[in-house]
Write a protein that binds this ligand. Structure first.
Ligand SMILES: Cc1cc2nc3c(=O)[nH]c(=O)nc-3n(C[C@H](O)[C@H](O)[C@H](O)COP(=O)(O)OP(=O)(O)OC[C@H]3O[C@@H](n4cnc5c(N)ncnc54)[C@H](O)[C@@H]3O)c2cc1C
Length: 649
């Protein structure tokens, strides 16, 4: 131990909770929800309304846990006022979208929005703050975003959505097990690939062990994060997307239990913890749409519509197709902006010209939206205004990006280019990324195991997680009411206890942060932007070597550190899955942002399919699914019929 470590050790306060490593607690329920985020809470509420005994387990306090814990401002759904239909939502979707999930989401998210209104969340301009604004419907007081004609994205006051759902869970008598990290799924007879009969967990304060038994289990622990970049020191400054608790636990648990996963080779460029707080710099995308952007001399950068025609007024930006949407780049800044910057027509840095916006649009962006978007209320809205930022007078500087880099990923000032940094740093796709493969019934390939939200391959967004959660709640209730009682195999529990508590009392010389940093380095080097079979196989070798080497001499000093160590093991498993999936896809693909140097022909027709991976008898099995498998055997040929067949309303 160095002098510094000794000093730390001596001055460290005692662990404030009683520690009982290994002490067992048993819980039985009809339905077990692993992950009480947006999807998990909606599912639990809807299953409990059907008289089921529901237990929700979360690694964090459910009142604020998950990526939706800090709020939501956009709610995207087809609704009675929108010009789009549910059918439209599956017609023009990007490649590798899961059509059945998109359809279910659009069928359910409007109802989920009305549900949360009943729970006390303000989804309308009840205080008449925006009377007369072009984005307000005067009769219903709904506020819309992006495209004021299409009306398929609501602006809502969702900062306190999780506390409202938490109250509803309590009202319905749902059993809540908080600060308990689920560590594994339990299979019938302890056999990989057989029915799921529950899960194990560990209390991250006391170290106690939990055995959950259930007739049906929902995995809703969202997507893996910090797989390529990890830095706890920057965690406070970086309000980048998503909850830092998310390690990909459900993917790892599912994989080891025999569940099939898809799109695990997909990733995207990212600057991880090195970016600015999300929506905290001058911007014109997402929450900041349709803000005016000016250059260093105050010269406004024109907006263009889908066809590239200049848009003259601020209001028109939200009436000519909005930002994004199906079938094209949507409204944005002029597309050849990088070249114009290079020619000297516009000068960096740029600024978001809030004072130059009409007053209602200005207040909608810096007030309603930045005040309610997840994670922006305190670091951006409150911090900036308390320190003198006045949107009526002040412009907010945008990130300074070299024009070439800035223009790299499509329309210049878009969501992705804002995140640019060193190219080897990657992240799981923000939306519609990899995860458990589910069908119309949201069931995995394993009996008794369902998935929802960002846990699924192709899940995405808050409204999406809410809609799918609402739908799967009904399915879980129907399934559990017919399922037999779960029987847990004691040997599987014993093996898991041995694995979980392995570092307790160990004289190790590696801390969990070093272990995690090492794992990220392997992913940067061996599963980065450019991949090849040989390099990926070397990466798998290194992961195995870390498992047997560094991971087996990692020390922990309390249950918190034990949980962080277990998260490292989750990320190690997720990294393995990603490498196996990357080896299996032997073709490059633009939509998946997947580059194979040893098979570089991009988007060959025969590779337009989903690659699936799972474990069978502890061996990796690769499979595939047609790109529209949800309309093929064993499903019906139309969306509508499938929805009717599987919906349990
Ligand atoms: C800053 C920010 C702003 C956003 N704004 C919007 C928006 O305006 N509109 C929109 O549509 N989407 C938005 N999103 C995305 C949206 O929040 C997510 O898509 C949504 O929360 C996904 O829901 P989920 O249920 O899949 O996961 P989450 O809500 O993240 O829930 C996952 C839960 O699993 C728990 N968990 C993880 N591991 C374990 C384990 N081992 N055991 C037990 N529990 C576990 C976590 O603690 C968490 O509670 C935003 C996200 C962020 C971060």
């Amino acid at each position: 131990m160095t002098d510094y470590e000794e000093l730390l050790e001596k001055n460290m306060p005692a662990w404030p909770y009683p520690v009982n490593y290994g002490k067992e607690n048993e819980v039985s329920a009809d339905i077990l929800i692993v992950g009480g985020g947006i999807a998990g809470c909606h599912a639990a509420i809807n299953a409990a309304k059907r008289g089921m005994k529901v237990a929700v387990v979360d690694k964090a306090p459910i009142v604020r846990s998950g990526s939706g814990g800090a709020g939501v401002d956009h709610w995207h759904c087809v609704n009675p006022y929108s010009t789009t239909t549910v059918e439209d939502s599956v017609k023009h979707v990007p490649p590798y979208s899961m059509g059945h999930l998109r359809y279910i989401i659009q069928k359910e998210s409007w109802k989920a929005l009305l549900d949360i209104e009943k729970m006390g969340v303000k989804i309308r301009d009840e205080d008449d703050e925006f009377v007369g604004a072009p984005f307000r419907d005067e009769e219903t007081k709904f506020l819309f975003a992006y495209d004021y004609n299409r009306k398929d994205v609501f602006r809502i006051l969702g900062a306190d959505i999780k506390p409202a759902m938490y109250k509803e869970l309590k009202r319905l008598g749902v059993e809540l097990y908080e600060r308990i990290m689920c560590t594994s799924l339990l299979n019938e007879e302890g056999k990989q690939g057989s029915r799921i009969v529950g899960a194990t967990g560990m209390n991250i304060r006391t170290g106690e062990f939990y055995i959950f038994k259930a007739k049906a289990t929902l995995l809703s622990t969202a997507q893996p994060l910090k797989i390529w970049v990890f830095n706890t020191e920057l965690a406070g400054a970086h309000t980048a997307h998503d909850d830092p608790n998310l390690a990909g636990d459900g993917n790892a648990m599912g994989w080891l239990a025999g569940a099939e996963l898809a799109m695990m080779e997909r990733s995207q460029q990212s600057s991880g913890p090195f970016r600015y707080p999300a929506y905290g710099t001058g911007n014109m995308s997402n929450t900041w749409f349709p803000c005016s952007i000016v250059d260093a001399d105050g010269k406004e950068i024109p907006y263009v519509d889908r066809e590239g025609n200049i848009i003259e007024t601020v209001e028109e930006r939200s009436l000519r197709g909005g930002a994004g949407g199906p079938g094209g780049p949507g409204v944005g800044l002029i597309r050849d902006l990088p070249e114009r910057i290079e020619k000297g027509e516009y000068k960096l840095p740029f600024y978001a010209d809030l004072p130059g916006m009409p007053e209602d649009e200005r207040r909608a962006i810096f007030g309603l939206m930045v005040g309610h978007e997840g994670k922006t209320r305190i670091p951006v809205y409150e911090t900036y205004t308390q320190n003198g930022f006045d949107p009526d007078k002040d412009m907010l500087q945008a990130n300074v990006l070299p024009p070439k880099l800035a223009g790299k990923s499509g329309p210049w000032w878009d969501h992705k280019s804002n995140l640019h940094s060193a190219p080897q740093w990657r992240d799981t796709a923000f939306n519609w990324g990899g995860g458990l493969l589910v069908g119309w019934d949201m069931k995995s390939n394993l009996e008794g195991l369902f998935a929802a939200g960002n846990q699924t391959a192709g899940g995405g967004g808050h409204a999406g997680a809410a809609g799918v959660g609402r739908y799967v709640g009904r399915i879980l209730a129907a399934y559990a009411s017919e399922a037999s009682d779960p029987v847990v195999e004691r040997k599987q529990v014993e093996d898991e206890k041995e694995r979980v508590y392995a570092p307790v009392g160990r004289e190790g010389n590696i801390g969990w942060k070093e272990l995690q940093a090492g794992l990220c380095r392997i992913m940067q080097d061996y599963c980065g932007e450019y991949r090849s079979e040989e390099v990926l196989k070397a990466g798998l070798w290194y992961l195995q070597s870390i498992k047997e080497g560094e991971a087996s001499c990692t020390y922990i000093r309390n249950p918190h550190e034990l949980a962080r160590y277990l998260e490292c093991m989750v990320r190690l498993t997720v990294s393995e899955i990603m490498m196996h999936a990357s080896i299996a896809r032997k073709a490059s693909s633009k939509p998946l942002d997947f580059k194979r140097l040893d098979c570089s022909d991009v988007d060959q027709e025969e590779w337009t399919k989903f690659v699936t991976v799972k474990m069978e008898d502890d061996e990796v099995k690769v499979g595939e699914k047609p790109i529209d498998f949800w309309l093929q055997e064993p499903y019906a040929p139309s969306y509508e019929e499938n929805f009717k067949n599987y919906d349990q309303e």
